[in-house]
Every structure is written in C-alpha cells, then in structure tokens.
Design a protein. Structure first.
Length: 262
C-alpha cells in the first residue's frame, strides 16, 4: 500500500474535494460573498502580500489560494487531486481572479513549473501526506527567490499521536512506517470512509529538513488551540479557537514556522 500511496490518496482526495465543496466546514457560499478562508495565525505571518508572487502547496480546491489573491498576491496553487484543481479553476473564474492552478504531486513540481516566488505557503493538513521531509524542503527551497519567505502553519505532530477520540496514544511521534487508515471526512463526519496513507513528522525532522536545504528559521510558534473545528470532542473556547474538551489547554494543537532563503 505504501508504494501506491499517491494513487490511494489521490482517489480519496478526489472524492473529498467534491464532498468538501458543498460542506458547511469549507463554506464556499461565505467565500463567494467575500469571506476569507485564512486564519489570524497565518495572516499575521504573511503580513502585507500585495503584489507578491505566492506559491501555495497542497491548495485543495483553492479557497486559501484565492483568499491570498484577494489580498493582492499573484498566486499559483498546486494539488495532487485533479477534481480539487478543477473546482479551484471554476472558483478562480467565478471571482475573476488570475490565479494559476497546477495538478501534480508536489515532489514532481520542479519538473512542471519554471518560476521562483516571493513566498511559498502551505497550511493545515499537508505534510502528513508526504513521506519524505527532505524532498519536501528541497521543493520549498527550489521555488523561493533569494530572501524569499516560507510561511507554514500545520497541525502539531502530537495531535496525530492520539486515537480519534483523544483518549490514548496510538501512534509514534517520530516518523516511521506509513500509517494506513480508513476515515470519514473531518468536514462531513458521517461521510463514507476512504483509504488514506499518511506519516507523522516530528518538529525536529521538519526543522532540520528546512535548515539542511538552506532555509533560515526566523520563527517557530506552538498554539494550544486549532483555528479549524476538525477533530472529535472539541469545544470552541473563544470564537474561532477549538480545543479537545477533556484535554483543555494541556497540549499543542498547531505550530507555525517562518523561514527565509539566503
Ligand atoms: C487538508 S487538504 C489541504 C489543506 C488546506 N488547508 C485545506 O483544507 O484546504 C490536503 C490536500 O493535499 C493534497 N495532497 C495530498 N498529497 C499530495 C501530494 N503528494 N502532492 C500535492 N498535493 C497533495 C490533497 O489532494 C488535498 O487537497
């Protein structure tokens, strides 16, 4: 199964893209009415992006990419799912954005795209689908201009160690063999289960991959909440901030990294 992870994940993400497009969680209607899909964590790190070129890795069906475009950036979004990219292109036309969308595995992107960017951005639910962090960091570094900025917000590896109900530790913190699961969507919890192949990546592995590929880390932050309500047993303790009710503020749920290419 591990050897075939791209095909397995692509099939399942194709199904999820269609399901997610109509979900309350993704709120396409709100987006079309002008709402941004971005959260304060990444907005603060991105700062003013007017006129900047942004490469958005693992863009799903483009809500975040197009929210960046509405902020004045010139955006290229990339995703493995052809269904997600088709939907992103439809939204792009609908809101009269000039964003570009490319369908490919991000490891193959250097063969598909010949351009450098001011900012590379990726967020929430991305690196877990990738087996090799060194290869990922190579892609990030490859597409950044000198002095370019990498902005990354992701669920904390500690969160992925738990069982679905956050009652016990089920997986290793450190990367090991692929984790093969069958899951309903976080956006439509009663949806049919789909097969996925994923990996957990500890913070040391991620930071070292970036540093070893020539990036200088300028910030690493950990947050005791998630801006997305995508886990079981959550409570919204402040507007837009979610925690696992029985764990409260004891665990980190999200981290962010900003790094620069020198
Ligand atoms: C959770 S979503 C993206 C996160 C984004 N925050 C969102 O929710 O819209 C994960 C995305 O990664 C994409 N993906 C998974 N493996 C990939 C790969 N190897 N290359 C490119 N995209 C990939 C999936 O198709 C999916 O659209």
């Amino acid at each position: 199964m591990e050897n075939n992870y791209l095909q397995i994940n692509k099939n399942s993400w194709n199904k999820r893209a269609e399901l997610h497009f109509g979900s309350e969680f993704y709120d396409v209607k709100g987006f079309l009415e002008g709402k941004s899909s971005l959260n304060s964590i990444e907005l603060e790190l991105l700062g003013d992006i007017k006129g900047k070129s942004v490469l958005h890795l693992q863009c799903h069906f483009g809500l975040d990419s197009l929210s960046l475009s509405r902020m004045g950036a010139v955006v290229t979004g990339v995703d493995l799912s052809d269904k997600a990219i088709e939907l992103a292109r439809e939204l792009n036309e609908k809101i009269h954005s000039n964003s570009e969308f490319i369908c490919c595995d991000i490891y193959d992107l250097p063969n598909q795209l010949n351009q450098k960017f001011d900012i590379v951005f990726t967020s929430y639910g991305t690196i877990g689908w990738l087996p090799d962090m060194d290869k990922w960091a190579q892609v990030v570094a490859h597409f950044l201009k000198p002095q370019g900025k990498f902005v990354f917000a992701e669920f904390h590896p500690l969160v992925w160690m738990f069982d679905d109900d956050f009652r016990q530790i089920e997986y290793r913190y450190f990367k090991s063999a692929a984790i093969e699961t069958s899951e309903s969507s976080y956006a439509e919890t009663n949806s049919e289960k789909e097969a996925f192949v994923s990996w957990n990546h500890g913070l040391g592995e991620i930071l070292n991959s970036l540093v070893q590929n020539g990036l200088q880390i300028s910030s690493l932050e950990e947050f005791d909440y998630s801006p997305h309500d995508c886990f079981n047993h959550t409570e919204e303790f402040e507007p837009g901030k979610f925690r696992i009710k029985h764990l409260g503020n004891k665990i980190p749920m999200v981290y962010s990294i900003v790094a620069e290419k020198h």
